[in-house]
Design a protein. Structure first.
Length: 297
């Protein structure tokens, strides 16, 4: 890495074809990274930062700075402690640092927005965005596109409107209930989870432990495409083939068909086993379970 540092005046610093670290220092500076994965630090003053090609990082201290990127020049990132920051065009990622409250706004493209230690408001805009809450009590709004929310707190507010894409929550929380207009819930980690869907069509994916899943209304899919080796309970599985809310268990990619499943009556419900996985379908009679309740392939 080549290190470049400006002085007390207005500097123009131009990096080379490798990895550069360019610090403007005092004054109103113009920093140009050119090729390579560069780090540009604005320093004091009103600055213009242009990373060039490569995956560049901009450390921004002033809202008056101009960050300049052309399309298809890499995956670029702004890191800042500013209270409010809107990503400039062709910069993909925004990371807030520090303990203050932040408002971060994405672009019309696909962005990754990461909150800090405060109470943050992250807005993805258009595109398929990833919003990561950080600490604090946060509000996450993906906007249009197929967005992913990485959620650490049940107290976070998720804002999605109808017809804005197929959106997904990923969380290690022990219990989570999907918010309106968010379709998919994926649990990660190695503890037991309780997941609840909405009145819409949802896809619920447990983790590698014993999960308790409730689809809610709608035609829901319970995702078992990957082996979890657990004992799960589905509380409201709708096995009625003609129902508009007919639910299904997704086993695609497992190399299974209906004859490979072990299906047994379990009180008023039905137990389905395959590989190391077992699912208890509460209040579903064994005669109601057939191949239409599963997705194979």
């Amino acid at each position: 890495m080549t290190i470049w540092k400006g002085g007390g005046g207005d500097d123009i610093l131009i990096g080379g074809s490798g990895i550069d670290r360019i610090d403007g220092g005092l004054g109103n500076d113009y920093l140009i990274g050119q090729e390579g994965n560069d780090v540009l630090l604005d320093g004091a003053g009103t600055n213009t930062l242009q990373g060039g090609t490569g995956n560049d990082i901009y450390a921004v201290q002033s809202i008056a700075d101009t960050v300049f990127e052309f399309a298809d020049e890499g995956i670029d990132e702004v890191q800042t402690f500013l209270g409010r920051y809107a990503l400039p065009a062709n910069v993909e990622n925004l990371v807030f640092v520090g303990s203050a409250d932040h408002t971060g706004i994405g672009t019309a493209h696909s962005n990754r927005l990461i909150g800090g230690a405060g109470n943050d408001y992250l807005v993805g805009g258009d595109g398929n965005d990833v919003l990561i809450d950080g600490q604090g009590l946060n509000t996450l709004q993906g906007g249009r596109g197929n967005d992913i929310y990485a959620v650490q707190s049940r107290d976070d507010t998720i804002v999605e409107f109808a017809n804005e894409g197929t959106d997904q929550i990923q969380t290690f929380l022990a219990q989570y209930e999907l918010r309106s207009h968010v379709e998919d819930l994926i649990f990660v980690g190695h503890t037991a989870h309780t997941g609840v869907g909405t009145s819409e069509d949802n896809r619920l994916t447990g983790a590698s432990y014993n999960d308790h899943l409730t689809g809610g209304g709608g035609a829901d899919i319970f995702d078992y495409r990957n082996a979890v080796n657990g004992y799960d309970v589905i509380t409201d599985f709708d096995a009625a083939d003609a129902s508009s809310g007919h639910d299904q268990i997704d086993l695609t990619g497992r190399g299974l068909n209906f004859d490979d499943l072990t299906i047994k009556a379990q009180g008023a419900g039905t137990m389905v086993s395959f590989g190391g996985d077992t699912i208890s379908l509460l209040n579903v009679g064994i005669t109601s379970v057939n191949g239409a309740d599963f997705l194979f392939g």
